[in-house]
Design a protein around this ligand. Structure first.
Ligand code: HEM
Length: 198
């Protein structure tokens, strides 16, 4: 699939109405006060594997749109992401570092899908990523914001196939990824005694 279906952040997620278009960030389910680890059903795994095949060729663009939309709707996240603090939108769109991080996030999604049937390996990878993000100064609740932005970014490419079920499968994958990353961030905060960089 070509890139023509992926709209720019401004086209697909204009800042004037982007808040009302956002898929909801549902509160995590708690068990004994601890966030329960979201589970994917077999059907959701199939939907993810199927749709990822269609998205793969566009991941670089999808990643950039995800982060530009995130910064448009949540300027506080941009401020804590130090290399991007104070940058104008046009400058951000050209930023090589933004592109590089966006691509890394998409590669993490790719790895998550590739390891979806090997939960131990996948969890080890996500825990490692969470630990690193503690030191990068990413706040745990910022990690939760990526899924809904990603949904907005992929929707134009999958418009004809879009269903509630498809949307829920992707949201659940991001809830699963962020839950493990955040738990590792929290563990790092408790054990390291080292303050994050911002
Ligand atoms: C689902 C969410 C996210 C994923 C999967 C993700 C993934 C990654 C990956 C794979 C790296 C490279 C790790 C390395 O080997 O050093 C990275 C680096 C980084 N991430 Fe994230 N990230 C996420 C969210 C965020 C958020 C919300 C922030 C900040 C608000 C953030 C800030 C950073 C920073 C500062 C770096 C290091 C510098 C850089 O690579 O640009 N990340 N991220």
């Amino acid at each position: 699939m070509g890139n023509k279906h992926v709209k720019s952040a401004a086209e697909s997620n204009g800042s004037s109405n982007s808040h009302e278009q956002q898929p909801p960030i549902s509160s995590p389910e708690l068990v004994n006060g601890v966030e329960a680890q979201p589970k994917l059903t077999e059907q959701q795994v199939l939907v993810l594997e199927e749709t990822w095949k269609e998205l793969e060729s566009n991941i670089s663009k999808v990643g950039v749109i995800t982060f530009i939309s995130l910064f448009e709707t949540h300027p506080d996240v941009q401020e804590t992401f130090l290399p991007f603090s104070g940058m104008e939108l046009e400058e951000l769109k050209q930023s090589k570092q933004l592109k590089a991080h966006a691509l890394r996030v998409m590669q993490s999604v790719q790895k998550a899908i590739a390891r979806i049937h090997e939960p131990e390996k996948l969890e080890a990878l996500l825990r490692d990523l969470g630990q690193k993000h503690y030191f990068y100064g990413a706040k745990p609740n910022y990690v939760d914001l990526i899924g809904p932005q990603f949904i907005q970014a992929i929707r134009p490419s999958l418009e004809e196939k879009w269903t509630e079920e498809l949307q829920e499968a992707w949201l659940q994958l991001f809830r699963y990824m962020s839950c493990i990353m955040k738990s590792a961030m929290e563990q790092e905060r408790i054990t390291s005694g080292v303050a994050p960089t911002n």
